[in-house]
Design a protein around this ligand. Structure first.
Ligand code: KIV
Ligand code: ZN
Length: 514
């Protein structure tokens, strides 16, 4: 009989903590709802002791999301565990995930602790967590580079102290599939009591092996995979959820594993995360990239026409792509839009349909056809944007090629307090000029670090998408903008960055005052 493997998603913790992927509370909730619709088994919602924002996010996800287990991370120290228990309090099913580094290099250089100290801290932490919850996961950080005998000893001790899942992370993405397989087999043979608890793998992608290593761990006996949407996470990221899940499903003949994830929602979840964080998914990314189900070469198209199986190992529908497209336009009504969104994997909530319809009609007025990608951009835009305090009322930009005119940008911003301000900036180019105008209006100092633009649908009235990373008063943020005018999309991306910076400064002020 097939084994069931649990999918533990850490997009909101390991993913969100990496540079360029930070999310506001509203955005985290949106992603958590999507993960719940995707039917992951466990959502790791954050690290409550790390910051007040993380605490609030875990608390909010615990209050709102019903279905998956909500997990939160903490060190094995009492203050961290107390904060975690408090943040998880509203959850109907929760997990305390406590960790300490076990490898020699981490013990010596980071913790300045002996093996014995680490073992005691792990046992005490798990014991305290187990008093508060009957679902406790222990992670041996850098477990892969830990002496095997010590790893076995500490896992046995935490199981005896009440851990119900033990996780052996490849924190630095160093392992290989055969090593991984061998280690999991060895642990299962060696550690008394390990067959009574969950055994988890958590792989980083520094050598591009995170998915392969996770699959090898499963073959070696792991019962849980920790992973993140689009593979986001520290440095090169974590095991990509969509890849590992589709590998298990597509090669069920090989792995003989069952998973609960609804794979038809993968595409929507991946795109939502990309829009929320302002990071495009590469075209050639496995499963969710634009090219993953596109066939260009004549010989491939010929084969596909004869039989899809010649070049396709998965059905596009299995990951939430529609093979045929329903064309939406200005005559389409609410029903068609909501229906199409549902087919694409987005469950629109009553409160957001109105705003989406307004943007849809505006776009349909300037475009003959609204493609799936346009609709998706509207949906993700409405779910990510509109959070203020600033919004763009008016923009006029002058560019220059070989002429005398200075590139300038004039714009009017509205503030949620009801005031509006207009300014004109100049610079080396229109984006530079926009930055100057925005700096004047919002009284911030902006430095653009990267800007990527692309067309997201076809035809002369296609929508343009801009993704930008910039520092505001020295702190890095990312932003995402969308418009039929690519310069306006840049302005929207910049504005999202300024809005994020303003909100995060306000949040910091609040927590300082508290
Ligand atoms: O990579 C890692 O070791 C981790 C643990 C804290 C689970 O993220
Ligand atoms: Zn990690």
């Amino acid at each position: 009989m097939s084994r069931n493997i649990l999918i533990f998603d850490t997009t909101l913790r390991d993913g969100e903590q990496s540079p360029g992927f930070s999310m506001s509370l509203g955005q985290k909730l949106r992603i958590a709802r999507t993960l719940s619709d995707l039917k992951v088994d466990i959502i790791e919602a954050g690290f409550p002791a790390a910051s007040p924002g993380d605490f609030d996010a875990v608390h909010a996800v615990s209050s709102e999301i019903d279905g998956p287990i909500i997990a939160a991370l903490c060190r094995t120290i009492p203050r961290d565990i107390e904060r975690t228990v408090a943040a998880l309090e509203p959850a109907s099913r929760s997990r305390i995930h406590t960790f300490i580094a076990t490898s020699p290099i981490h013990r010596r250089e980071k913790l300045h602790m002996s093996r014995d100290d680490v073992l005691k801290s792990a046992v005490n932490g798990v014991r305290m967590a187990a008093e508060a919850s009957d679902d406790v996961e222990f992670s041996a950080e850098d477990g892969i580079r830990t002496e095997r005998q010590f790893l076995a000893e500490i896992l046995q001790a935490v199981i005896e102290a009440g851990a119900t899942t033990v996780n052996i992370p490849d924190t630095v993405g160093y392992s290989t599939p055969s090593e991984m397989y061998d280690l999991f087999r060895w642990l299962i043979k060696t550690v008394p009591g390990i067959d009574q608890v969950g055994i988890s793998t958590h792989c980083h992608d520094d050598l591009g092996l995170a998915v392969a290593n996770s699959l090898a761990a499963v073959e070696g006996g792991a019962t849980q995979i920790e992973c993140a949407l689009n593979g986001i996470g520290e440095r090169a990221g974590n095991c990509a959820l969509e890849e590992v899940v589709m590998a298990l499903r597509t090669r069920a003949d090989h792995y003989d594993i069952e998973i609960n994830v609804d794979t038809r929602r993968l595409m929507a979840a991946s795109h939502l995360l990309a829009a929320v964080t302002g990071n495009f998914v590469p075209r050639n990314k496995a499963i969710v990239g634009e090219n993953a189900f596109a066939h260009e070469a004549g010989i491939h198209q010929h084969g596909m026409l004869a039989s899809r199986d010649t070049y396709e190992i998965m059905q596009p529908q299995d990951v939430g792509l529609k093979a045929s497209q329903l064309i939406l336009g200005k005559h389409s009504g609410r029903h068609a839009v909501v229906d199409r969104a549902r087919e694409m994997g987005y469950q629109l909530e009553e409160g957001e349909i109105e705003a989406i319809m307004v943007r849809f009609k505006e776009l349909a007025d300037v475009k003959k056809r609204v493609f799936d990608s346009d609709l998706e951009a509207i949906i993700t835009g409405s779910q990510t944007g509109g959070m203020g305090p600033w919004s763009l009322n008016w923009l006029s930009v002058v560019s220059r090629v070989n002429g005398e005119t200075e590139p300038t940008a004039s714009l009017t911003l509205a503030h949620e307090d009801g005031t509006t301000s207009t300014h004109t900036g100049d610079g080396d180019g229109p984006v530079d000029a926009m930055v100057e105008a925005l700096e004047q209006v919002t009284e911030t100092k902006i430095k653009v670090l990267s800007l990527a633009m692309r067309s997201i649908s076809l035809g002369e009235d296609a929508q343009g998408e801009a993704s930008m990373r910039a520092t505001v008063d020295g702190v890095e943020f990312s932003g995402h903008g969308l418009s039929t005018d690519i310069v306006a999309a840049c302005a929207e991306a910049l504005l999202e960055i300024i809005n994020r910076a303003t909100r995060s400064a306000a949040q910091l002020k609040q927590s300082d005052a508290a």
